[in-house]
Design a protein around this ligand. Structure first.
Ligand code: AMP
Ligand code: ZN
Length: 468
């Protein structure tokens, strides 16, 4: 499998540190409000990466944090007259509901910044001890950027260019920095803000340190994949690299993956610009599977423009897959049992779609092409599975279709529907048994249906069923 690595700006063959295992960290949201669909893009994209790696047989440990201490959380708490913990707890719970709707699996661990403060203090102290950080007179601790020789390697920024940029932007109150490039690791509390006791002052951590600490705690000093939206490349991920590599003396992450933005009218969707839709708003209009499909229908490194036309198109396309899955289920329920000889040949042909799908996904998770392979399978199914096809053939094609969609996290068959198909199948078998005057078998099927909570009614139009 090849992945585009922001660090080298090349597609590279993915080789994990430990055979068969993947350690992956994805920067999660700051929890001060409902997540918007821009935030949903990395969630869906990297959940799909995780699912595909699992499909390929890797055991994936997937860590994604919630940033639960931040100016915006504090501002919201003050506005609502509640504590910052109440704000973050509320929006973590809401975010998890949205994730469930989008079929984004919970991470192996979802650490929260406020639960990891002692680890952050420890890492900052190590950085001070090693000369990579220094406390200023007011207790702020800064990272000494120039001391870290590789600074800029991820964002491909040159220190001199950065420096001249920063000089013209000298921020007031930061005169105590040794160098304008230095960034905050710890800062003193302000009136009314949550704070923790540290060797330097009562205060709270800067944003970047949490990910270095949580990644090391839950995955180890060196990890396989670190990911997030492309706005995080600089400064957040650049600073994470500086902190972690200066502290641990080891490469931090081997592959850096970044998704492009979700835009509206070609502008980044963001809270600050006010041009956003929350996932919750979209859920009122669409099944969130449509949102997932919409996201995956583009390559994760291509900017994606949100529009209702594209959402409608996504809805229709997804519907085509759902309809095909349901058609295959009907054929499976109605068909004869044995494989017909020529179907074996067709089934072998259908393997080509799986190969195409894998080829696309192996090429830097090209979900757009993977979906194209799924649509080729849909077309094949609609042509080759017909009246007279065996149940086994329809079943195998259906399994393939559902299986490929499942790797992308797309649910194309609801549980309810699959129960319906099971019921229909049993009813058909009962009818066949009755026709063959095998009343014992017919009765047996009837009691099985009763156990499933299904009552049968023989009517002039045939057998009707309902749930008890
Ligand atoms: P934030 O809460 O702003 O830190 O964002 C959480 C995650 O969502 C980060 O990985 C961001 O890069 C990502 N993100 C935010 N806005 C967008 C957007 N419009 N398109 C794609 N990703 C985004
Ligand atoms: Zn992070």
């Amino acid at each position: 499998m090849k992945l585009f690595n922001t660090l080298t700006r090349r597609k590279e063959e993915f080789v994990p540190l430990e055979q068969g295992k993947v350690k992956m960290y994805v920067c999660g949201p700051t929890v001060y409000d409902f997540i918007h669909i821009g935030n949903a893009r990395p969630m869906i994209v990297f959940d799909t990466a995780r699912r595909y790696m699992e499909y390929k047989g890797y055991e994936v440990k997937f860590v994604s944090n919630f940033t639960d201490v931040d100016d915006k959380i504090i501002a919201k708490a003050l506005k609502e007259g509640i504590s910052p913990e109440e704000v973050s707890a509320r929006y973590i719970a809401e975010c998890k509901k949205d994730m469930e709707g989008m079929n984004v699996r919970p991470a192996s661990v979802h650490p929260q910044a406020t639960q990891e403060i002692p680890g952050m203090i420890k890492m900052i102290q190590t950085l001070i001890d090693k000369g990579f950080a220094y406390p200023a007179a007011d207790g702020t601790v800064y990272f000494r950027v120039k001391k870290f020789k590789d600074y800029g390697k991820l964002s491909h920024k040159n220190l001199d260019d950065l420096q001249s940029g920063f000089r013209s932007l000298q921020v007031s109150g930061e005169e105590q920095k040794e160098d304008p490039l230095d960034f905050v690791l710890w800062k003193p509390k302000k009136e009314g803000e949550p704070y923790w006791v540290s060797p330097w002052c009562e205060g709270r951590p800067g944003w970047h340190i949490e990910c270095s600490v949580m990644s090391r705690k839950y995955l180890g000093e060196e990890i396989d994949i670190h990911a997030g939206g492309e706005d995080l490349i600089f400064p957040h991920h650049e600073n994470e690299i500086a902190q972690s590599e200066a502290c641990n003396g080891k490469l931090f992450a081997r592959y850096w993956l970044h998704n492009a933005f979700l835009n509206i009218n070609n502008k980044k969707m963001s809270k600050s610009l006010g041009n956003f839709f929350t996932v919750r708003e979209i859920a009122k209009q669409y099944d969130l599977q449509v949102l997932r499909f919409f996201m995956l229908n583009a390559h994760y490194r291509s900017p994606l423009n949100f529009s209702s036309d594209l959402m409608e198109a996504a809805k229709n396309s997804l519907e085509r897959i759902v309809t095909c899955a349901s058609f295959l289920k009907d054929r499976e329920a109605a068909g004869g049992i044995d494989f017909i000889e020529e179907e074996k040949e067709l089934l072998a042909q259908a393997d080509a779609f799986t190969e195409k799908f894998e080829e696309a996904m192996d090429d830097d998770l090209n979900t757009a092409d993977a979906l194209a392979a799924i649509f080729e399978l849909v077309k094949f199914a609609n042509t080759e599975v017909k009246e007279g096809s065996s149940a086994a053939f329809a079943g195998k094609i259906r399994e393939k279709l559902i299986g490929l969609c499942d790797i992308l996290g797309l649910i194309v068959e609801k549980e309810e529907e699959s129960l319906d198909a099971e019921v229909e199948k049993l009813i058909a078998e009962r009818q066949a048994a009755r026709k063959a005057k095998n009343f014992a078998k017919a009765d047996e099927i009837r009691s099985r249906l009763t156990e499933m909570g299904i009552i049968l009614k023989d009517t002039r139009e045939g057998v009707k069923w309902m749930r008890t």
